[in-house]
Design a protein around this ligand. Structure first.
Ligand SMILES: [Zn+2]
Length: 496
């Protein structure tokens, strides 16, 4: 057992995808010119009054119920006071003492085991405006109030994670749930998901947590993982040297990959929380909760279990497929069009993820349709095209709307399953690679693989590999193919 243990907690800020802002009717659409989606409420004009957006409560309830939270009745909106140029009212409307949801948990697989992280609270708040610091004019900063009043959901975990791997799995589980629940687009590059981490280190044999350090400015999974690993190492070194850890907030520096002190930790007192007098306490009645609960979609974990049960997939394959909703949707839609499950899963978890990774794209952004995937799988199953040819076709249909049959015709990839046609090619390969033939004759199975590979190469992947292998090794048992006797161990006295 390691000498020291870390406790990591995470706050996730997720921008909700409702059509309008949380306390006014301004649009939340992305990409509008700066300061065009604003009104007196989100600009913080004196005398303007906030009105709670019902859809925001609906979305927040979905998440709270999906994460097994208790629902506060009432939950209370409070003013969190601080002064900053991006905050027109000088306070942010948030929830602290009575958040909408509390005392829940989320479970997700890490290295084959189910890990549970307790959710301390889930609450609704408004976003601040966006500050822009133009490089060409360092003397000025610009403010875009389109973001002011955007609906945010803050999900606060207990410090139940102990490694970067657990933190990564947790972030994936949260992001996946937000997408499955349809409450956020969760696009990191657009700042729709932001994080704050707290990290403490203690001697492994002690229960009591060490002094916690908070880390801000985490806008990507990479930043969170880098900061967590950096802090665990820094604090472990300090604790080992007998130093005292200062309770403070640190900033992650993405370029230098270090954390640096920002300020000593503020306390709740510093924010002067008090109930927002312009909003009534929020009471969600039984009927509302029952309706949202009944409409909860199947989540990644439940879907993973169902895919294993219904399609006899491995836990591993089902886990990869359900990690991204669009991927699992493709899988089920292709299978429902008559393609066998296992090959469909193999294409998606193998070649498709490889290609997506190469392009930095998501499954939702590719052009692959369930129709074309099912068609391709069936072309292979019916031996119309070989495995290597199918890969060429797949690479095309993954990012275009072409039909597999079209691509096969265009590239001339129809599989050669005709024995006479293959015989000539096999003869060529045998005469060109006498040493490999000799090795196979001595019982070296890899030599056969090599020879089959040469035939595939000569036919540009069009040969039916099963047939090539059979013609090559079992040939002599077929009276019609005497020319293959030379590669057969049977005629050379059999395998040793
Ligand atoms: Zn507004």
């Amino acid at each position: 057992m390691a000498e020291y243990a870390a406790n990591i907690g995470l706050e996730v800020h997720a921008e909700l995808s409702t059509k309008t802002k949380v306390f006014c009717g301004c649009s939340t659409a992305a990409g509008g010119p700066p300061n065009t989606q604003v009104c007196p409420v989100c600009l913080g004009f004196p005398g303007s009054l906030p009105v709670l957006n019902r859809a925001v409560v609906d979305y927040a309830l979905r998440v709270a119920l999906a994460f097994n939270c208790k629902i506060s009745r009432p939950s209370i909106f409070e003013r969190k006071g601080y002064y900053y140029p991006d905050l027109p009212k000088n306070f942010q409307i948030s929830q602290k003492r009575a958040p909408l949801g509390h005392s829940g948990y989320v479970e997700f697989p890490v290295d084959g085991d189910l890990h549970r992280v307790r959710i301390a609270d889930i609450h609704i708040e408004e976003d601040a405006a966006k500050l822009i610091h133009p490089e060409e004019d360092p003397a000025h900063s610009l403010v875009d109030f389109n973001r002011a009043g955007m609906p945010l959901l803050e999900i606060v975990s207990e410090p139940d994670m102990h490694s970067a791997a657990q933190v990564e799995a947790y972030m994936n589980a949260i992001r996946s749930a937000l997408l499955y629940l349809g409450v956020s687009e969760a696009r990191m590059e657009q700042g729709q998901l932001r994080f704050e981490a707290s990290v403490s280190v203690r001697p492994a044999d002690r229960e009591e947590l060490g002094t916690r350090v908070e880390i801000k400015n985490l806008n990507s999974f990479r930043a969170v993982l880098g900061a967590v690993e950096y802090e665990i190492a820094r604090q472990t070194k300090a604790v080992r040297a007998g130093e005292t850890i200062v309770q403070e907030t640190r900033l992650w520096d993405d370029a230098r990959e270090v954390t640096a002190p920002m300020r000593t930790k503020e306390t709740a007192m510093d924010y002067r929380y008090f109930p927002e007098p312009d909003l009534m306490p929020l009471v969600v009645d039984d009927e509302w909760i029952a309706r949202v609960r009944a409409e909860l979609p199947e989540l990644a974990g439940q879907r993973r279990e169902r895919l294993v049960r219904e399609y006899q997939l491995s836990d591993y394959d089902a886990g990869i497929l359900t990690a991204e909703k669009a991927l699992a949707d493709l899988f089920e839609a292709a299978v429902s069009r008559g393609a066998p499950a296992k090959p469909v899963a193999n294409w998606l978890t193998g070649r498709f993820l490889y290609l997506l990774n190469e392009r930095g794209a998501t499954a939702a952004e590719a052009a692959l349709t369930p129709e074309s995937l099912a068609e391709l799988v069936n072309l292979v199953e019916s031996n119309t095209i070989s495995g290597p040819a199918a890969r060429q076709v797949f690479d095309r249909i993954a990012f275009s709307r072409e039909s597999p049959k079209q691509v096969v015709a265009e590239l001339g990839l129809t599989q050669i399953s005709d024995q006479d046609e293959l015989a000539a090619t096999i003869d060529e390969v045998i005469s060109e690679h006498a040493d490999a033939v000799e090795n196979y004759r001595k019982g070296k199975e890899t030599a056969l693989k090599f020879l089959v590979g040469q035939v595939m190469r000569k036919t540009r992947g069009r040969a039916n590999p099963k047939l090539v292998r059979r013609l090559g090794s079992d040939g002599p048992r077929r009276g019609d193919c005497p020319q293959y006797q030379v590669v057969s161990p049977a005629t050379a006295g059999g395998l040793p």
